[in-house]
Write a protein that binds this ligand. Structure first.
Ligand SMILES: [Zn+2]
Length: 393
């Protein structure tokens, strides 16, 4: 008998790969950690292993553009190797957990040892998010950009040049709890570093200062605004419920609008009004993280919010399956310049794959601004593969 050509075939699933405009039943064959072939009716004897995924959705591994995975390095940090297999996320983009002062530890002790892929937006604050104390009962105890002496452009550029494969952008948080009364000064410094490195900036907005308008006016094509669907203060709608013109202008310029769900940055009501006016997010990300309530010792486990949860909300608000998968695979892959490797199941791409069930029923969802709400659809992860290797099943 001949040696099988493939290591694995995922058989009979519905492949949804917006990068290739594919949405149909196909088999996915994997060899040597790459996508070997995408075709219907592949011969099972051509692979060492065949998994029947009939009735399930097969997508490129999810790329979560806003996460916090410096486990042990900041209180927010999740263990990406625990979260990835349970959620279909194969690439975690860490949004500023580390700055120059603690990036090397992140790289050596977390990124290099993880089975899932991790890349980072380096925080423009030397302290990274270790410099922020998040206290839900007392807004803004300390922010990592309160003191501008921590915001060092030169060292950030040096670090970015030392690790170009891993540092894919610069992160900055501009809001009362992160930057106090410094307004857009931290953003100017982040842009300066990003400009020198030729990478995008991801900017967080929250309660002003600065205002959304001030922030948006500075962003360049390819820069990312995260927490786009937060409620007031500093939401994306005017007092008549219309999308702010500066949001429309920024999008036309090529600024990327990222969901960044998080613990308090997604309003169901705002999202509905935005979608009604044709303003869907370009990217759906989780901003998944732990909080200060994390138990001491042991693995932190799964965070309360995950990317499939954020995607499910957008499905229930009317985005199509193709739209939500595009916004969580190829668009974020492109935002970090990795679209040749990840974000699609085209032949020759890295075999990062996720398998989901699209459940129909009556499901409860949390809304941070108004309690609970229900929806009809839920995307439930079943299988996660990174470089062709099964991490969960
Ligand atoms: Zn975040």
């Amino acid at each position: 008998m001949n040696r099988p050509m493939y290591d694995l075939i995922l058989k009979g699933g519905t492949v949804v790969d917006p990068a290739q405009q594919i949405h149909k039943v196909l088999d996915v064959a994997i060899a040597n950690g790459k996508i070997g072939r995408l075709d219907s009716g592949l011969d099972p004897s051509s692979a060492w292993q065949v998994i029947d995924v009939t009735g399930q959705i097969v997508t490129p591994g999810l790329v979560d553009l806003h996460t916090h995975v410096y486990w042990g390095g900041t209180p927010l940090g999740m263990n990406a190797d625990r979260v990835g297999p349970a959620t279909g996320v194969t690439t975690f983009v860490d949004a500023g957990s580390a700055g120059v002062g603690n990036f090397r530890g992140f790289k050596e002790h977390v990124i290099d040892r993880s089975r899932v892929r991790i890349v980072a937006f380096l925080h423009i604050s030397h302290l990274g998010l270790l410099g922020a104390i998040f206290d839900p009962t007392n807004l803004a105890v300390v922010g990592e950009s309160f003191d501008l002496r921590y915001l060092l452009v030169g060292p950030a550029v040096m670090m970015g040049r030392a690790y170009p494969k891993v540092i894919r952008g610069i992160k900055v948080r501009t809001s009362l709890e992160a930057s106090g009364d410094r307004g857009v000064v931290p953003l100017h410094l982040a842009l300066q570093a990003a400009e020198e490195l030729g990478v995008p900036v991801m900017v967080h907005i929250g309660p002003p200062p600065p205002t959304r308008r001030e922030v948006l006016s500075l962003l360049r094509p390819g820069d990312i605004l995260t927490h786009v669907f937060r409620g007031d203060p500093n939401g994306p709608l005017d007092r008549h419920g219309r999308v702010l013109p500066e949001m429309v202008d920024a999008r036309q310029r090529g600024v990327l609008m990222d969901l960044g769900h998080g613990g308090s940055s997604f309003s169901w009501n705002v999202a509905r009004q935005m979608l009604d006016q044709g303003f869907a997010p370009d990217i759906i990300s989780s901003d998944a993280h732990h909080g200060l309530d994390i138990k001491v010792g042991g693995d932190p486990g799964l965070p309360p919010r995950t990317l499939p949860g954020a995607i499910s909300k957008m499905l229930n608000l009317g985005m199509s399956l193709d739209e939500v998968i595009r916004a969580s695979t190829i668009t974020p892959a492109r935002a970090i310049g990795l679209e040749q490797e990840i974000g699609s199941l085209r032949e020759g791409a890295v075999a990062d794959v996720a398998v989901f069930e699209l459940e129909e029923g009556e499901f409860e969802f949390e809304d941070m601004y108004s309690g609970r709400t229900t929806g009809r659809l839920r995307l439930t992860p079943h299988l996660t593969l990174v470089r062709g290797e099964i991490l969960s099943g």
